[in-house]
Ligand binder design. Structure first.
Ligand code: COA
Length: 374
């Protein structure tokens, strides 16, 4: 056995997967064999969610059934609404999502059944209910009345409706749908690996997704889309951008929304999301963030050869859509639940307890009785 340490599991292949393929050498990403860009162009988010969970795109009957199940499961229990009402208003919505999924696990009648069929049903319930829980908190914390989910609306339309009380124009909904498709799945990233690690002890899906949400919150992972917005707010206007980024590089700061563990010459999801960011900025008649975006990107590529990741365009896009900054990563959650669930089921199907080794570098062997004050 080699003693070589691979910190951060850098370059280590730990298992096989059929869910998605990240191909950094050609800047490409496929879900179950379909290019993410194609899925963005031709599909709605519900179809992609079905694909990720069920391995194939749905026919019209399968899609109708899936959408009906998703809509039928959106409502929360009275208890969960009450718990959300009682949460501290200053809670980070990622912590609200984490707690809400954990409580769904307490309430789910199939929590201890981890068969494929039960996991599929539970995945769908978590997928349907989490947006409702988040939107309820969105309203409550600003003193507004909760808006209950509406079955006549699509997944994305319903989320806007529950947060803002109205559905925006279809181009905005499409841009949101595209962001959900691009966030849905990305192989063995840290939150997915967390979900698989929890599953590997044969723990349940609610626990695995609760852990994955905690993992996604971190600024080196999903939390980066919020950090991008904080950065853009600090820069404020395009005329400040060049000075700001040069200063950041001089100070050796980590610039959020740039760099990636796997993609080293560009994130395959960025061009599509950049295009939709532009569309939203045009509709909202606000080009400020687009201009800042371009200046910072140009300098990062020229001076550091570090390219943006998908969190760079999603941050300002969600801002222009009207979401509070701390809701950006929770939006990532409502999409990634599909990818996590698929990986959890895949892990269950061919499980091996995940248990790496560590090289000990602590104190030498000591004896309690050798302490002179005893
Ligand atoms: N800003 C400035 N420098 C960066 C950078 C960034 N966003 N990302 C990487 N680098 C630099 C590192 O400082 C390092 O430089 P060095 O060799 O001089 O020390 C080099 O690029 C390699 O980076 P490293 O941190 O080893 O890469 P990694 O694969 O471990 O990390 C990330 C990948 C994503 C954690 C890292 O790029 C990062 O922190 N990005 C910002 C957070 C973010 O956007 N996360 C979302 C990811 S989808």
């Amino acid at each position: 056995m080699s003693d070589e340490i691979k910190k951060g599991l850098l370059g280590i292949v730990v298992d096989e997967t059929e869910v998605s393929k990240v191909m950094p050498e050609i800047n490409s990403l496929t879900y179950r064999g379909y290019a993410a860009q194609d899925l963005c162009e031709y599909c709605r988010f519900e179809e992609v969610a079905y694909l990720i969970l069920n391995k194939d795109l749905p026919n019209s009957i399968q899609l109708k059934k899936f959408e009906k199940e998703e809509k039928d499961n959106r409502e929360l229990s009275k208890n969960l609404y009450q718990v959300i009402k009682n949460m501290p208003k200053k809670s980070h919505p990622m912590d609200v999502a984490r707690t809400a999924v954990s409580i769904m696990g307490l309430e789910d009648k199939e929590t201890s059944n981890s068969s494929l069929e039960a996991n599929m049903r539970k995945a769908l319930r978590i997928f349907s209910k989490t947006p409702t829980a988040l939107a309820a908190f969105y309203r409550i914390r600003s003193g507004k009345k909760i808006i209950k989910p509406k079955k006549s609306l699509s997944f994305s339309e319903n989320f806007f409706y529950m947060c803002f009380g109205k559905v925006p124009q279809k181009e905005i909904v499409k841009a949101f749908d595209v962001s959900l498709i691009l966030y849905a799945e990305h192989s063995f990233n840290v939150s997915t690996f967390t979900a698989r690690t929890i599953t590997s002890s044969l723990s349940d899906i609610h626990g695995a997704i609760t852990g994955a949400i905690a993992s996604l919150k971190g600024p080196l992972h999903g939390g980066a889309n919020e950090e991008v917005m904080h950065m853009m707010n600090k820069i404020k206007k395009p005329s400040n951008a060049l000075k700001w980024i040069n200063n950041a590089l001089k100070n050796k700061d980590v610039v959020m929304g740039f760099g990636h563990r796997v993609y080293k010459s560009g994130d395959s999801r960025v061009p599509t999301m950049r295009e939709y960011f532009g569309k939203v900025a045009k509709i909202k008649k606000d080009k400020t963030f687009e201009k800042i975006y371009d200046i910072v990107e140009k300098v990062m590529i020229k001076k550091k050869n570090i390219h943006p990741n998908v969190d760079y365009p999603t941050g300002p896009t969600y801002h222009l859509m009207g979401f509070d900054t701390d809701f950006f990563t929770p939006i990532f959650v409502i999409s990634r639940i599909t990818g996590w669930s698929a990986h959890i089921m895949e892990q269950h199907a061919a499980n091996k307890l995940i248990r790496p080794l560590a090289k000990y570098k602590g104190n030498k062997h000591r004896k309690v009785m050798e302490l002179n004050y005893r």
